[in-house]
Design a protein around this ligand. Structure first.
Ligand SMILES: *Cc1c(COP(=O)(O)O)cnc(C)c1O
Length: 356
């Protein structure tokens, strides 16, 4: 890490680290001692600073609140046995951050600000990176519009911030998922490929209905016909069908996941054919019936590799093989884990060192 940016640092005088229960870390509820903030005004990013975590004052008229000019990223820092802390493929998130910004008519952020904001904050709060297995420091960069103006027009000012907090595993058991055939997450020409705040607001009602029906998660299908599988909740849906890894191609309705990309890279190295294409609901259900669907999982930074226990479609629930016995997803999970925690050589250059 090279310190080239001028980042002002004010440290907290009252750390909450000692009071934090690292054995009880529900996702997204625990925040470290500090956060990163920068302001965009007059066409440039200024006031780059790390300050104590806490509330910020904002006008109630900011257009982020009214019109949803807001988006985020999600990545993780891992502690290795030798104390080193690395972040997994943050360069990919930096690129996606700017794709989201452009879609929402918001300013892009230079990649070195993205990377150094994360590196500086994680280094300052390095004692917050958990050392238990399957735990990590979740990193949440985000940007939102701050003009106090109710006109429906792009804001001229923005804030970029980063929050971090320790997390354990996101899902505790294999998922019973439902194929959603009414609601839609993303449509062609829309903003499904962006990590836009509004995409997640609109997913909450369908997700709650699925939970009320007893499912853990839903599988989104295409907006036009509901015939093709797109994603699984806020993770990419991946399947092993007839010995091939298949997943929806990363077009405008699909969030181009870093985990998805990583799984594809590993599969190719292992000689497994990979198909990024339209994935028909019909072929997945057929595969579940005839046993050719040997693996199914969600892939994402928060969810990691989340195995699917059963898939429900039109009132019928199809159980897949016992997740513990699945060769591919277990191998992917173990390989990814070993690389992220420094237990296997990082031959791809995926780990970005932030703290020695
Ligand atoms: C964040 C996200 C993913 C996973 O992306 P990763 O980069 O692997 O974390 C997949 N789908 C949606 C809708 C997401 O928001």
């Amino acid at each position: 890490m090279t310190e080239t940016l001028d980042i002002k640092i004010s440290r907290t005088t009252a750390s909450r680290l000692e009071q934090t229960d690292f054995d009880n870390l529900p996702f997204g509820k625990t925040f470290s001692d500090h956060m990163f903030v920068a302001d965009y005004a007059n066409g440039e990013w200024t006031n780059l600073s790390v300050i104590p975590y806490g509330e910020i004052g904002l006008s109630p008229a900011i257009s982020a609140l009214h019109y949803g000019q807001a988006f985020f990223e999600g990545l993780k820092a891992y502690k290795h046995a030798d104390g080193k802390i690395t972040v997994f493929r943050p360069d990919k998130n930096a690129i996606r951050f700017n794709k989201s910004a452009e879609r929402l008519c918001m300013p892009t952020l230079p990649e070195e600000i993205f990377l150094q904001s994360i590196a500086t904050l994680v280094d300052i709060d390095r004692n917050w990176v958990p050392s238990q297995p399957n735990h990590a420091l979740y990193i949440r960069p985000f940007m939102f519009a701050t003009d106090p103006y109710l006109g429906v027009t792009p804001s001229a000012t923005y804030k970029y911030m980063v929050l971090v907090g320790p997390v354990g595993p996101y899902f505790s058991k294999p998922l019973r998922v439902k194929i959603e055939t009414h609601y839609t997450r993303a449509a062609e020409g829309g903003m499904g490929y962006a990590k836009a705040a509004g995409n997640y607001g609109s997913s909450m009602l369908p997700a709650r209905k699925a939970t009320q029906e007893g499912f853990d998660q839903l599988i989104w299908t295409d907006a036009k016909e509901h015939k093709f599988i797109e994603e699984m909740g806020a993770a990419n849906a991946m399947f092993l069908l007839d010995g091939k890894l298949i997943t929806a191609e990363a077009k405008d309705t699909i969030l181009d996941g870093v985990t998805r990309d990583t799984v594809i890279a590993l599969a190719k190295e292992w000689g497994i054919p990979v198909e990024e294409r339209k994935v028909a609901v019909a072929e997945i259900i057929e595969g579940a019936k005839n046993g050719k669907l040997t693996d199914a999982f969600g892939a994402g930074t928060a969810a990691t590799i989340a195995p699917v226990a059963s898939i429900s479609f039109e009132g019928e629930e199809y159980f897949l093989s016992d997740p513990k016995t699945r060769e591919f997803s277990n191998k992917v999970f173990d390989t990814l884990d070993a690389i992220k925690y420094g237990l296997a050589p990082d031959t791809h250059g995926w780990n970005y060192l932030v703290s020695e």
